[in-house]
Write a protein that binds this ligand. Structure first.
Ligand code: FAD
Length: 466
């Protein structure tokens, strides 16, 4: 068939993986076309993921802090929430970023084509939109099609009271009673938002603990706080059925301490995400996609077809934006002829709940499971002046060390844990040991001192903390 446009590099998808790859390749002198299904670029992260959720979590934090100020002798009264305005604030944050991206694409002469892309051969992609179909010819391609929320099949998805994370971020109303199915990062973040807005929140998690993957001692302070605020937290509990009724969504539970049935005004399903590799007619390009929709790649982000790369959520591993952007640079650089490869030693995970929970590298749970030897230094924030003054006494900073006292993992819970985890991550990347951390002068009084102190605890230079 005829080709309508040609490029050296085609990028399919415009999320953090796609736009980072497109921009890096353009900076390296390649001529790039980026194809995106939606009229706005930025993917899940900017439009319906990281950014809008963090905007709302900030508003939630302001509400919670205002409540807590009563202890300081400052009364703000019950917050009056204008939901339309709040949604507008969130949309404004998103818009600033997507407009910025559009500008950056233009600056670099990256052509953005709107439409749904599917491969038609190893060197052509057909893009269909309302305006019709066009075929783009390419020398190399980077697949960055991301992921989508899992929709449990037993739920009445045609009822707008059943939501996935995208629906929950729309803030259509503040339900009196909200059920969050899934106690992972996304479920707990959205629970935090709706709790602050005034919903009575119930969380239902299938496994025996909230936030599986994180060490228990890190989740405990969060659990303690939300247990006092939420209506119910059911762990080890399965939702077996959900049905739309006039009164609400009637849900059946099995296991744990949950009742057999209960009715909620809204239900948020946050039970995981599925890769989008199955929807691009990859076989036409000879590209292998597994039965779940994941695309396998090597350290250079190359697929089984040597001129086609894949990055981000669609290649598996932690589904995180910062993983996608790092992989994106590697793929773009390799496509441009450089010898890059992905060799991050640690990819930090952060739950932006109140308090935040962050971890990177080895966890104690993993170490025990795999029989890896380690020692640790733990510093409770109750011994840090700044933590006490910002209501962070329940925080903990923990470093895991190998036999040479080098940092191999870290976990932090408390306000700003997501910012603080960057330092141990750098330590791990650089092969720093506890003395490097302990001898680095940290500003006082800050939460960052807890990293220094955890290192000193591990080193034995602090023994009696409390
Ligand atoms: P995506 O961002 O999914 O982008 C893929 C793009 O490809 C989409 O725009 C899609 O429309 C497009 N596309 C797909 N198929 C086609 C096709 N056939 N043709 C044309 N276009 C196509 N991560 C973090 O690191 N930190 C966070 O705080 C965080 N919070 C999150 C909160 C929520 C509620 C959610 C849902 C996710 C969150 N994530 C977070 C995860 C993060 O959003 C993803 O890891 C990240 O967006 C993955 O980037 P990506 O480029 O691989 O794909």
């Amino acid at each position: 068939g005829d080709v309508d446009q040609r490029c050296q590099l085609l990028v399919l998808g415009s999320g953090p993986g796609g736009y980072t790859a497109a921009f890096r390749a353009a900076d390296l002198g390649m001529d790039v076309i980026m194809v995106e299904r939606y009229p706005v670029i930025g993917g899940v992260c900017l439009n319906v993921g990281c950014i809008p959720s963090k905007a709302l979590l900030h508003s939630a934090q302001v509400i919670e802090e205002a409540e807590e100020f009563e202890r300081h002798g400052i009364q703000f009264g019950k917050p009056e929430i204008d939901l339309k305005k709040l949604a507008g604030y969130k949309d404004g944050v998103v818009k600033k970023l997507t407009m910025g991206l559009k500008h950056l694409a233009k600056q670099r002469k990256v052509t953005v084509v709107q439409g749904v892309g599917r491969f038609t051969s190893p060197n052509t992609l057909a893009v269909s939109s309302d305006e019709g179909e066009q075929v783009i010819g390419f020398e190399q391609a980077i697949v960055a099609v991301g992921s989508r929320p899992v929709h449990l099949p037993s739920f009445p998805w045609d009822d707008e009271r059943v939501m996935d994370s995208t629906g929950a971020l729309e803030l259509r109303d503040i339900p009196e009673r909200l059920l969050v199915v899934g106690g992972g990062i996304i479920g707990l973040e959205m629970a935090c938002v709706y709790d602050a807005l005034g919903s009575a929140v119930t969380v239902c998690e299938l496994s025996s603990d909230l936030m599986p993957g994180a060490d228990r001692d890190l989740v405990k302070p969060l659990e303690k706080r939300i247990k006092g605020r939420y209506e119910n937290i059911f762990t080890g509990t399965k939702v077996t059925a959900a049905e739309a009724t006039d009164e609400g969504i009637r849900v059946s539970f099995e296991g744990g301490k949950a009742p057999e049935q209960d009715t909620f005004d809204r239900v948020l399903v946050a039970v995981g995400r599925l890769p989008n590799g199955g929807g691009i007619e990859a076989e036409a390009a000879g590209l292998q996609v597994d039965e779940h929709g994941f695309i396998k790649v090597d350290k250079q982000m190359r697929t089984n077809v040597s001129h086609i790369f894949a990055i981000g959520d669609v290649v598996g591993g932690p589904m995180l934006a910062h993983k996608a952007t790092h992989e994106a640079k590697v793929a773009a650089e390799v496509a441009a002829g450089q010898k890059s490869h992905f060799d991050a030693r640690a990819i930090p995970s952060v739950a932006y709940t109140h308090p935040e929970v962050a971890w990177m590298g080895l966890t104690e749970t993993e170490a025990k499971k795999q029989g890896i030897e380690y020692t640790k230094g733990v510093f409770p924030w109750a011994a840090n002046g700044r933590a006490i003054s910002v209501g962070g006494e329940s925080g903990v900073t923990k470093l895991l060390l190998d036999e040479h006292n080098r940092v191999i993992g870290a976990g932090i819970v408390g306000p700003n844990a997501g910012e603080l985890i960057a330092e141990p991550t750098l330590a791990l990347e650089m092969g720093a040991d506890v003395e490097d951390l302990g001898l680095t002068v940290h500003p006082h009084p800050t939460l960052s001192e807890t990293v220094c102190f955890a290192a000193e605890v591990a080193h034995g230079s602090i023994t009696d903390i409390l």
